[in-house]
Design a protein around this ligand. Structure first.
Ligand SMILES: Cc1cc2nc3c(=O)[nH]c(=O)nc-3n(C[C@H](O)[C@H](O)[C@H](O)COP(=O)(O)OP(=O)(O)OC[C@H]3O[C@@H](n4cnc5c(N)ncnc54)[C@H](O)[C@@H]3O)c2cc1C
Length: 373
């Protein structure tokens, strides 16, 4: 293994594999001129950890990876997506000989003395001229904090640990969160639970009509504006609203989707609102989303005051050697595909322009971006 490469890709989900595929097409050799590292035990990105009741049929709008289709033989709608997608990714990695190195956990990326980036991992350090970060969000579940949370005698868990509805049979369950995952959990759990209560910060916005391309672009543009300003990205789904499916219409009729605003505090046996209302519960399921898993980039000091990394296209504004794919506006399967291609195009131009001296303070800045040849 050559630990000095042109490009390190961190993460081998949809975004990282798209990047690796485009690097390969651009003539970079896996293992010698680029390497893709992933800390998961097997191919599949975050899909391998998704709950068993999330069948492939329930996953809407998943795009194929570039260059190879997910065939209808693979895509049995009754099978868990945690089996279908990883099998497809594994086949993809083999077909394009991407040689993902796993399990390798990236702890920290630092500036080297010679203008290279040093990627510190559980398997040693890689030196790279450019970096494609494709670490997704699954590894950073977001748990909001509420007073009294630690006193709750029941079970609390997050979407990232959701085992499927059976575990909630006969229980009184509070589902927190107005996103797609929260609604899916709620509908499944309501079939077997003694009682469900749905709590969301904002009133959920239901979408009666199918989502068109124009609205899709507008939603992505909103997230794009945020990351350009260096604000933490919202998920694309959070700005598209919830599509009203048949099961949701039925659930709405039964009152399952009657939503309550956020409670004020958590008590040992449930939750309480400011007006004195109290709901008893055995379980609180936090379907409160995820944040970008980018802590390992902290030594590069890319974050803006707003808390996010300012990104132009896929390039980190503070360091043109670093690209973020599957981040903010590209955090969807179609966005991840496109971002992989865009990042490789820019990195190629940067690296083809030849070696450049590091700026005197050892930091890169937008002015240091070399002109294309
Ligand atoms: C429940 C759910 C359903 C979804 N359904 C859809 C859908 O239907 N359609 C759609 O377009 N999008 C969907 N999305 C969003 C979609 O999953 C993502 O946009 C896309 O698959 C993410 O790909 P990714 O490569 O960015 O991230 P991931 O698939 O999360 O891959 C990131 C990879 O990085 C690795 N990694 C992370 N940190 C490190 C580290 N420090 N060191 C080494 N490796 C690391 C992980 O092991 C992982 O393999 C869904 C998301 C969720 C949570």
């Amino acid at each position: 293994m050559n630990n000095s490469v042109d490009v390190v890709v961190i993460g081998a989900g949809q975004a990282g594999l798209s990047a690796a595929y485009h690097l390969r097409r651009a003539g970079y050799e896996p293992g010698t001129s680029f390497v893709a590292l992933d800390h998961a035990p097997a191919p599949g990105g975050a899909w391998q950890f998704r709950w068993p009741s999330l069948t492939y049929g329930k996953v809407h709008g998943m795009y194929d990876l570039p260059g190879m289709r997910l065939t209808s033989d693979d895509a049995d709608p009754e099978r868990p997506s945690s089996e279908v997608v990883p099998a497809y990714f594994a086949r993809y990695e083999r077909a394009f000989d991407l040689r993902v190195v796993r399990p390798v956990h990236v702890d920290a990326v630092r500036d080297g003395d010679d203008g290279r980036l040093l990627v510190g991992t559980s398997a040693g350090t890689w030196a790279a001229r450019a970096l494609i970060n494709a670490t997704g969000t699954w590894d950073r579940p977001f748990w909001p904090r509420y007073p009294g949370q630690e006193t709750f005698r029941g079970r609390q868990l997050h979407t990232a640990q959701y085992p499927g509805p059976e575990a909630f049979a006969g229980r009184r369950v509070i589902v927190v969160g107005g996103g797609a995952s929260g609604v899916q959990h709620l509908l499944e759990i309501a079939e077997v639970a003694a009682a469900t209560t749905w709590v969301t910060r904002r009133p959920p916005v239901f979408r009666e009509r199918p989502f068109g391309e124009v609205q899709g672009r507008a939603a992505v543009a909103l997230v794009e504006q945020r990351v350009r300003r260096g604000l933490p990205p919202q998920s694309v789904v959070s700005v598209t609203g919830l599509p009203l499916t048949e099961p949701m219409l039925r659930a709405r009729e039964k009152g399952i989707l009657d939503r309550l605003p956020m409670f004020e505090r958590i008590t040992p046996d449930g939750v309480t609102w400011a007006d004195g209302r109290h709901v008893e519960a055995d379980t609180i399921l936090w379907a409160t989303g995820f944040r970008a898993a980018i802590d390992h980039l902290a030594p590069l000091r890319l974050r803006e005051r707003g808390g996010g990394i300012a990104v132009e296209g896929t390039r980190a504004v503070r360091d043109p050697r670093v690209h973020l794919v599957g981040y903010g506006p590209s955090a969807s399967t179609v966005g991840a595909n496109r971002a992989g291609r865009a990042a490789v195009r820019e990195i190629r131009a940067l690296l083809d322009a030849g070696p450049r001296p590091a700026p005197p303070d050892g930091r890169w800045s937008p002015e240091k971006v070399p002109a294309r040849r």
